[in-house]
Design a protein around this ligand. Structure first.
Ligand SMILES: *Cc1c(COP(=O)(O)O)cnc(C)c1O
Length: 427
């Protein structure tokens, strides 16, 4: 029988770092260093919980996507699905990298414009757009509005004065292997039109003088860990005919745990573009809309341990939880965690938050090494859908977002104050 490695060496420190942004290192005393910044310094300066973003890692993922798609299909662009991380600094950074931006509704549109995104590069989504939101998108000069239903057509016909380019969103009847809450391409989905409804919408739009039908859109879900459904989605939209634009959506999964093996960006692009070469017109403009896989891996949340309750299991409770990370409660997303100053395996602990729900868990079996009150805990891969789903449950103050690069750290979103909690209440 092989000799068992002691628990502190399993998984190794090197493999533990695999989930952190590239370039994350360990200081001589064992503390994590993210974007050149020691976690202890970050916690002291910005407090906890705090969402730390490795700026270089985020830029490099944007380039990987944009360059990777352009190398395979030159007439293309990447639109960041901004609901995954909608703060102005992220909009600004990704716009600087030349990306287009997806928004769902007026709020994200306002944020994108405030982040300096060129209106022509904005794609507007939503299955329940209001007249006010449609008017706002048209007035702003949004590059594309995605038609989700026949009411969108009726309303835009009334609102648009000159000409508005649009896409038609199709639900192709594909159910990828992901959590039901984030599956959107199956039959019976509330999003988009069935293939036969889409054909009807296309016919109507072709007769419209103000709505210019540029093409079709498909998005089958999120945290998809297999490339094959993406190819089937391309085939489904191709069956609707030849168009100038095909928006193939997002949905590639991120690597959250050591066991996850999502396809790489390159494997995903290979599958998508292979399918496009087979079935789409070669002069077509191809758009993809990654959200989660663009931002997840550049984010790390830092918490401080409030209490350790030893037993079966040992509960390690921190100063955040489901108010800053709702992914666990919403979709059962699994996260890893480590003591940020003593990286490396320890006995499995139940890492929980401070909120009044038993489902307020961050990591069910985190191998924390000798956790004590006051320790810093790092939860990697929290760049996607944490900030956007954060909330004030139990009067929680939403955490700051801190960009780190080359040893410099700057807050791009400040922590909320108790004053913020009171700001909307009227006497
Ligand atoms: C959410 C969404 C995306 C992005 O999905 P991810 O899983 O975050 O990549 C892309 N397109 C549309 C229309 C979406 O609603």
């Amino acid at each position: 029988m092989p000799v068992q490695a002691p628990p502190t060496a399993s998984p190794s420190q090197e493999s533990l770092l695999e989930l952190f942004p590239p370039g994350t290192a360990l200081a001589d005393d064992g503390a994590l260093v993210i974007g050149g910044c020691r976690v202890t310094d970050l916690a002291e300066r910005f407090g906890t919980p705090a969402l730390i973003v490795d700026e270089a890692a985020l830029r490099s993922q944007a380039r990987r996507y944009a360059d990777g798609l352009a190398a395979r299909w030159a007439n293309s662009r990447v639109a960041f699905a901004s609901k995954a991380f909608p703060c102005t600094a992220v909009y600004r950074l990704l716009a600087e990298e030349g990306l287009s931006i997806d928004v769902a509704g007026g709020g994200e549109l306002a944020l994108a414009l405030a982040g300096g995104v060129a209106p022509a590069r904005i794609v507007v989504h939503g299955n329940a757009k209001t007249d006010a939101e449609l008017r706002m998108a048209v007035d702003a000069g949004a590059g594309l509005i995605v038609i989700d239903n026949f009411d969108d057509i009726d309303r835009l016909e009334r609102i648009v004065a000159d000409e508005q380019p649009v896409l038609v969103r199709v639900t192709p009847g594909i159910r990828p292997d992901t959590h039901a809450a984030v599956s959107t391409g199956q039959e019976g989905s509330k999003f988009g039109l069935t293939l036969s409804q889409a054909r009807e919408a296309i016919a109507r739009l072709r007769g419209s003088s103000r709505l210019r039908l540029d093409g079709v859109h498909v998005h089958i879900g999120s945290q998809i860990l297999d490339t094959e459904p993406f190819a089937r989605a391309v085939e489904a939209v191709a069956a609707l005919g030849a168009f100038a634009v095909y928006d193939l959506g997002g949905g590639l999964g991120a690597r959250y745990t050591y066991d996850d093996r999502p396809p790489s960006v390159e494997e995903y692009l290979d599958t998508l573009v292979d399918a496009a070469r087979r079935v789409l017109p070669e002069e077509a403009h191809v758009i993809i809309e990654p959200g989660r896989s663009m931002v997840a891996e550049s984010g790390v949340t830092l918490y401080r341990v409030a209490s350790v309750k030893r037993g079966e299991p040992t509960f390690v409770a921190v100063d955040g939880g489901m108010a800053d990370n709702l992914e666990v409660a919403l979709y059962g997303q699994r996260f890893e965690a480590t003591v940020a100053t003593r990286v490396g395996g320890g006995d499995p602990c139940h890492l929980v938050g401070r909120h009044c729900e038993s489902g307020d868990t961050l990591s069910a079996e985190a191998p924390l090494r000798d956790p004590r009150p006051g320790d810093l805990i790092a939860v990697p891969v929290t760049g996607a859908y944490t900030y956007s789903l954060s909330n004030n449950y139990n009067g929680a103050l939403r955490p700051p977002v801190v960009f780190c690069q080359g040893g410099d750290a700057r807050a791009v979103v400040r922590r909320e104050t108790y004053g913020d909690l009171l700001r909307r209440d009227l006497p």
